[in-house]
Design a protein. Sequence first.
Length: 353
Amino acid sequence: MRISPTHESQPSLLGSVIADRTNVPRRRQALRVAALGAWSLCSALLVSSQVVAQTFPTKAVKVIVPYTAGGPTDLMARAVAKEMAQITGQPFVVENRPGAGGTIGTTAVSRSPADGYTLVVNGALAHVLNPILMPKTAGYVADDLVSIGMFATSPMVLVVAPTLGVKSVKELIAMAKADPGKLTFSSAGPATNPHLAAELFKGLAGVDMQHIPYKGVSATVPDLVSGRVPVAFGSPTLADPLIKDKRVIPLAVTSPKRLAEYPGLPTMAEAGVPEYSFESSYVMLAPAKTPPETVARLNALLQQALAAPETQKAMKGLGLETVLNTTAQADQYVSDLQKRWDAVLKKIEIKLE
Protein backbone atom coordinates (compact mmCIF):
# COMPACT_ATOMS: atom_id res chain seq x y z
CA MET A 1 0.00 0.00 0.00
CA ARG A 2 1.29 3.47 -0.91
CA ILE A 3 1.24 6.35 1.52
CA SER A 4 0.13 9.54 -0.11
CA PRO A 5 2.46 12.52 -0.20
CA THR A 6 -0.08 14.47 1.87
CA HIS A 7 0.26 12.07 4.75
CA GLU A 8 4.02 12.16 4.46
CA SER A 9 4.09 15.98 4.71
CA GLN A 10 1.84 16.35 7.79
CA PRO A 11 3.07 15.35 11.27
CA SER A 12 0.81 13.38 13.53
CA LEU A 13 -0.88 14.96 16.55
CA LEU A 14 1.55 13.15 18.83
CA GLY A 15 4.44 14.48 16.76
CA SER A 16 3.14 18.03 17.11
CA VAL A 17 2.90 17.75 20.88
CA ILE A 18 6.41 16.33 21.09
CA ALA A 19 7.70 19.11 18.86
CA ASP A 20 6.01 21.79 21.01
CA ARG A 21 7.49 20.30 24.16
CA THR A 22 10.88 20.16 22.53
CA ASN A 23 10.65 23.91 21.65
CA VAL A 24 9.68 25.05 25.16
CA PRO A 25 13.27 25.34 26.42
CA ARG A 26 14.20 27.21 23.26
CA ARG A 27 11.34 29.67 23.74
CA ARG A 28 12.24 30.19 27.35
CA GLN A 29 15.82 30.74 26.35
CA ALA A 30 14.71 33.29 23.73
CA LEU A 31 12.63 35.10 26.32
CA ARG A 32 15.56 35.12 28.71
CA VAL A 33 17.82 36.54 26.01
CA ALA A 34 15.25 39.26 25.13
CA ALA A 35 14.77 40.16 28.79
CA LEU A 36 18.51 40.27 29.31
CA GLY A 37 18.87 42.53 26.27
CA ALA A 38 16.19 44.91 27.54
CA TRP A 39 17.75 44.96 31.02
CA SER A 40 21.15 45.60 29.52
CA LEU A 41 19.79 48.50 27.46
CA CYS A 42 18.08 50.05 30.48
CA SER A 43 21.22 49.56 32.55
CA ALA A 44 23.32 51.16 29.82
CA LEU A 45 20.98 54.16 29.65
CA LEU A 46 21.01 54.48 33.44
CA VAL A 47 24.77 54.26 33.56
CA SER A 48 25.00 56.80 30.71
CA SER A 49 22.75 59.22 32.63
CA GLN A 50 24.78 58.70 35.80
CA VAL A 51 28.01 59.28 33.93
CA VAL A 52 26.65 62.53 32.46
CA ALA A 53 25.47 63.62 35.90
CA GLN A 54 28.91 62.94 37.37
CA THR A 55 31.17 64.19 34.59
CA PHE A 56 29.39 66.93 32.61
CA PRO A 57 30.87 69.34 31.70
CA THR A 58 34.31 68.14 30.68
CA LYS A 59 35.26 71.37 28.91
CA ALA A 60 34.35 75.06 28.80
CA VAL A 61 30.66 75.99 28.46
CA LYS A 62 29.75 79.09 26.47
CA VAL A 63 26.92 81.24 27.87
CA ILE A 64 25.60 83.71 25.30
CA VAL A 65 24.01 86.95 26.49
CA PRO A 66 22.22 88.48 23.49
CA TYR A 67 22.62 92.04 24.82
CA THR A 68 25.47 94.43 25.57
CA ALA A 69 27.70 94.06 28.61
CA GLY A 70 26.69 95.84 31.80
CA GLY A 71 22.92 95.37 31.56
CA PRO A 72 20.86 93.33 34.04
CA THR A 73 20.78 90.20 31.85
CA ASP A 74 24.53 90.31 31.44
CA LEU A 75 25.22 90.87 35.15
CA MET A 76 22.96 88.07 36.34
CA ALA A 77 24.36 85.67 33.73
CA ARG A 78 27.87 86.42 34.95
CA ALA A 79 26.90 85.88 38.59
CA VAL A 80 25.39 82.47 37.81
CA ALA A 81 28.16 81.44 35.39
CA LYS A 82 30.82 82.26 37.99
CA GLU A 83 29.21 79.94 40.54
CA MET A 84 28.59 77.15 38.02
CA ALA A 85 32.27 77.29 37.07
CA GLN A 86 33.29 76.99 40.72
CA ILE A 87 30.99 74.00 41.22
CA THR A 88 32.20 72.08 38.17
CA GLY A 89 35.80 73.20 37.89
CA GLN A 90 35.15 74.06 34.22
CA PRO A 91 34.92 77.58 32.74
CA PHE A 92 31.45 79.00 32.03
CA VAL A 93 32.40 81.77 29.61
CA VAL A 94 29.91 84.62 29.13
CA GLU A 95 29.92 86.07 25.62
CA ASN A 96 27.89 89.12 24.56
CA ARG A 97 26.24 88.98 21.13
CA PRO A 98 23.88 91.98 21.07
CA GLY A 99 21.55 93.14 18.35
CA ALA A 100 18.03 92.86 16.94
CA GLY A 101 16.35 92.69 20.32
CA GLY A 102 18.30 89.63 21.40
CA THR A 103 17.56 87.55 18.31
CA ILE A 104 21.12 87.45 16.96
CA GLY A 105 22.59 85.73 19.99
CA THR A 106 19.55 83.52 20.58
CA THR A 107 19.49 82.35 16.98
CA ALA A 108 23.19 81.48 17.17
CA VAL A 109 22.53 79.24 20.18
CA SER A 110 19.49 77.60 18.57
CA ARG A 111 21.75 76.52 15.67
CA SER A 112 24.63 75.34 17.86
CA PRO A 113 25.42 71.66 18.55
CA ALA A 114 22.88 70.24 21.00
CA ASP A 115 25.46 69.02 23.49
CA GLY A 116 24.95 71.39 26.42
CA TYR A 117 28.10 73.39 25.78
CA THR A 118 26.38 76.45 24.27
CA LEU A 119 23.63 78.15 26.28
CA VAL A 120 21.76 81.45 26.21
CA VAL A 121 20.40 83.63 29.02
CA ASN A 122 17.50 85.77 27.88
CA GLY A 123 14.35 87.47 29.07
CA ALA A 124 11.61 84.84 28.97
CA LEU A 125 9.20 87.26 27.32
CA ALA A 126 11.67 88.30 24.63
CA HIS A 127 12.40 84.63 23.96
CA VAL A 128 8.68 83.89 23.50
CA LEU A 129 7.58 86.99 21.60
CA ASN A 130 10.50 87.74 19.29
CA PRO A 131 9.56 84.95 16.84
CA ILE A 132 5.90 86.05 16.95
CA LEU A 133 6.54 89.76 16.49
CA MET A 134 9.47 89.39 14.10
CA PRO A 135 8.72 86.17 12.18
CA LYS A 136 10.71 87.25 9.10
CA THR A 137 13.89 88.25 10.90
CA ALA A 138 13.98 86.51 14.29
CA GLY A 139 15.80 83.48 12.88
CA TYR A 140 14.34 81.01 15.36
CA VAL A 141 11.08 79.89 16.99
CA ALA A 142 10.58 79.26 20.70
CA ASP A 143 10.54 75.48 20.21
CA ASP A 144 14.09 75.61 18.82
CA LEU A 145 15.30 75.88 22.42
CA VAL A 146 14.58 74.00 25.65
CA SER A 147 14.41 75.59 29.09
CA ILE A 148 17.12 74.71 31.60
CA GLY A 149 15.60 76.89 34.27
CA MET A 150 13.81 80.18 34.86
CA PHE A 151 15.88 81.74 37.63
CA ALA A 152 14.91 85.33 38.40
CA THR A 153 12.07 87.83 38.21
CA SER A 154 12.05 91.59 38.54
CA PRO A 155 9.56 94.45 38.25
CA MET A 156 10.35 97.56 36.25
CA VAL A 157 10.16 101.26 37.01
CA LEU A 158 8.65 103.90 34.74
CA VAL A 159 11.01 106.88 34.79
CA VAL A 160 11.18 110.20 32.93
CA ALA A 161 13.78 112.89 32.45
CA PRO A 162 13.46 115.88 34.84
CA THR A 163 13.38 118.22 31.83
CA LEU A 164 10.07 116.67 30.72
CA GLY A 165 8.27 118.43 33.56
CA VAL A 166 6.09 115.40 34.39
CA LYS A 167 5.64 114.10 37.94
CA SER A 168 2.90 111.48 37.65
CA VAL A 169 1.59 108.81 35.27
CA LYS A 170 -1.60 110.80 34.71
CA GLU A 171 0.45 113.85 33.66
CA LEU A 172 2.48 111.69 31.28
CA ILE A 173 -0.69 110.26 29.71
CA ALA A 174 -2.16 113.74 29.33
CA MET A 175 1.03 115.01 27.64
CA ALA A 176 1.14 112.04 25.27
CA LYS A 177 -2.52 112.45 24.31
CA ALA A 178 -2.09 116.18 23.73
CA ASP A 179 0.52 115.60 21.02
CA PRO A 180 0.32 111.98 19.72
CA GLY A 181 3.62 110.50 18.51
CA LYS A 182 5.81 113.33 19.80
CA LEU A 183 6.99 111.71 23.04
CA THR A 184 9.78 109.15 22.66
CA PHE A 185 10.76 106.20 24.83
CA SER A 186 13.92 104.10 24.79
CA SER A 187 14.54 100.36 25.04
CA ALA A 188 17.37 97.84 24.76
CA GLY A 189 15.96 96.79 21.38
CA PRO A 190 12.78 95.51 19.71
CA ALA A 191 10.76 93.06 21.84
CA THR A 192 13.03 93.47 24.87
CA ASN A 193 11.37 93.85 28.27
CA PRO A 194 11.62 97.68 28.34
CA HIS A 195 10.05 97.84 24.88
CA LEU A 196 7.22 95.43 25.70
CA ALA A 197 6.51 97.17 29.01
CA ALA A 198 6.14 100.46 27.14
CA GLU A 199 3.96 98.92 24.42
CA LEU A 200 1.67 97.46 27.05
CA PHE A 201 1.44 100.92 28.65
CA LYS A 202 0.65 102.52 25.29
CA GLY A 203 -2.08 100.01 24.55
CA LEU A 204 -3.77 100.13 27.95
CA ALA A 205 -3.43 103.90 28.45
CA GLY A 206 -4.47 104.68 24.88
CA VAL A 207 -1.45 106.82 24.03
CA ASP A 208 0.93 107.05 21.07
CA MET A 209 4.67 107.35 21.77
CA GLN A 210 7.60 106.75 19.43
CA HIS A 211 9.96 103.85 20.13
CA ILE A 212 13.72 104.53 19.97
CA PRO A 213 15.60 101.20 20.18
CA TYR A 214 19.22 100.87 21.34
CA LYS A 215 21.62 97.93 21.37
CA GLY A 216 21.53 97.60 25.14
CA VAL A 217 20.13 99.08 28.35
CA SER A 218 23.27 101.00 29.33
CA ALA A 219 23.29 102.73 25.95
CA THR A 220 19.91 104.33 26.72
CA VAL A 221 21.07 106.21 29.82
CA PRO A 222 22.75 109.32 28.30
CA ASP A 223 19.77 110.18 26.11
CA LEU A 224 17.32 109.39 28.91
CA VAL A 225 18.86 111.66 31.54
CA SER A 226 19.51 114.45 29.03
CA GLY A 227 15.86 114.43 27.98
CA ARG A 228 16.59 113.63 24.35
CA VAL A 229 14.57 110.39 24.73
CA PRO A 230 12.79 111.25 27.98
CA VAL A 231 10.72 108.16 28.84
CA ALA A 232 11.82 104.64 29.77
CA PHE A 233 10.81 101.51 31.59
CA GLY A 234 13.92 100.31 33.39
CA SER A 235 14.97 97.57 35.75
CA PRO A 236 15.72 98.54 39.38
CA THR A 237 19.39 98.02 38.49
CA LEU A 238 19.17 100.78 35.90
CA ALA A 239 16.72 103.03 37.71
CA ASP A 240 17.94 103.02 41.32
CA PRO A 241 21.23 104.95 40.95
CA LEU A 242 19.62 107.42 38.55
CA ILE A 243 16.74 107.99 40.97
CA LYS A 244 19.10 108.47 43.94
CA ASP A 245 21.15 110.98 41.96
CA LYS A 246 17.92 112.72 40.88
CA ARG A 247 18.88 112.28 37.25
CA VAL A 248 15.44 110.80 36.51
CA ILE A 249 12.01 111.03 38.12
CA PRO A 250 10.25 107.73 38.98
CA LEU A 251 6.52 107.65 38.27
CA ALA A 252 5.41 104.08 39.08
CA VAL A 253 6.46 100.44 39.41
CA THR A 254 5.10 97.79 37.08
CA SER A 255 4.57 95.04 39.67
CA PRO A 256 1.15 94.20 41.15
CA LYS A 257 2.37 95.39 44.57
CA ARG A 258 4.54 98.27 45.69
CA LEU A 259 8.23 97.59 46.19
CA ALA A 260 9.94 97.68 49.58
CA GLU A 261 12.71 99.80 48.02
CA TYR A 262 10.18 102.43 46.88
CA PRO A 263 7.30 102.32 49.38
CA GLY A 264 6.02 105.72 48.30
CA LEU A 265 6.00 104.87 44.60
CA PRO A 266 2.60 103.70 43.30
CA THR A 267 2.00 100.72 41.08
CA MET A 268 0.90 101.41 37.51
CA ALA A 269 -2.58 100.23 38.46
CA GLU A 270 -2.71 102.69 41.36
CA ALA A 271 -1.31 105.45 39.17
CA GLY A 272 -4.12 105.30 36.62
CA VAL A 273 -3.70 102.23 34.38
CA PRO A 274 -5.86 99.63 36.20
CA GLU A 275 -5.08 96.52 34.11
CA TYR A 276 -1.35 97.10 33.96
CA SER A 277 1.05 94.49 35.38
CA PHE A 278 4.48 93.62 34.02
CA GLU A 279 7.44 91.76 35.49
CA SER A 280 10.67 90.77 33.81
CA SER A 281 11.72 87.14 34.10
CA TYR A 282 14.91 85.48 32.95
CA VAL A 283 15.58 82.00 31.64
CA MET A 284 18.56 79.87 30.65
CA LEU A 285 18.06 77.82 27.48
CA ALA A 286 19.84 75.23 25.35
CA PRO A 287 19.28 73.93 21.80
CA ALA A 288 16.08 71.87 21.66
CA LYS A 289 17.69 68.49 20.94
CA THR A 290 20.06 68.62 23.89
CA PRO A 291 19.88 65.19 25.65
CA PRO A 292 17.46 65.18 28.63
CA GLU A 293 20.18 63.94 31.00
CA THR A 294 22.38 66.91 30.02
CA VAL A 295 19.50 69.35 30.51
CA ALA A 296 18.81 67.79 33.92
CA ARG A 297 22.47 68.11 34.87
CA LEU A 298 22.53 71.77 33.83
CA ASN A 299 19.35 72.44 35.80
CA ALA A 300 20.89 70.85 38.91
CA LEU A 301 23.98 73.03 38.48
CA LEU A 302 21.83 76.12 37.99
CA GLN A 303 19.80 75.43 41.16
CA GLN A 304 23.00 74.88 43.12
CA ALA A 305 24.47 78.11 41.77
CA LEU A 306 21.34 80.12 42.58
CA ALA A 307 21.30 78.82 46.15
CA ALA A 308 24.90 79.94 46.78
CA PRO A 309 25.20 82.97 49.13
CA GLU A 310 27.34 84.92 46.65
CA THR A 311 24.76 84.48 43.89
CA GLN A 312 21.93 85.44 46.23
CA LYS A 313 23.83 88.58 47.17
CA ALA A 314 24.48 89.46 43.52
CA MET A 315 20.83 88.90 42.55
CA LYS A 316 19.58 91.02 45.43
CA GLY A 317 21.97 93.77 44.38
CA LEU A 318 20.37 93.66 40.92
CA GLY A 319 16.89 94.00 42.41
CA LEU A 320 16.01 90.44 41.41
CA GLU A 321 14.04 87.76 43.21
CA THR A 322 15.70 84.37 42.75
CA VAL A 323 13.50 81.52 41.56
CA LEU A 324 14.34 77.83 42.01
CA ASN A 325 12.56 75.38 39.71
CA THR A 326 12.81 72.28 37.53
CA THR A 327 13.07 72.23 33.75
CA ALA A 328 9.42 71.12 33.57
CA GLN A 329 8.34 74.07 35.72
CA ALA A 330 10.39 76.45 33.59
CA ASP A 331 8.88 75.10 30.38
CA GLN A 332 5.39 75.46 31.90
CA TYR A 333 6.15 79.04 32.90
CA VAL A 334 7.28 79.89 29.37
CA SER A 335 4.18 78.22 27.92
CA ASP A 336 1.85 80.13 30.27
CA LEU A 337 3.66 83.37 29.45
CA GLN A 338 3.10 82.81 25.74
CA LYS A 339 -0.63 82.16 26.29
CA ARG A 340 -1.02 85.30 28.39
CA TRP A 341 0.69 87.47 25.78
CA ASP A 342 -1.30 85.93 22.97
CA ALA A 343 -4.32 87.41 24.75
CA VAL A 344 -2.55 90.74 25.34
CA LEU A 345 -1.56 91.04 21.69
CA LYS A 346 -5.20 90.74 20.70
CA LYS A 347 -5.93 93.91 22.73
CA ILE A 348 -2.92 96.01 21.74
CA GLU A 349 -1.08 96.42 18.46
CA ILE A 350 2.68 95.98 18.26
CA LYS A 351 4.42 96.26 14.90
CA LEU A 352 8.07 95.33 14.59
CA GLU A 353 8.33 94.39 10.90
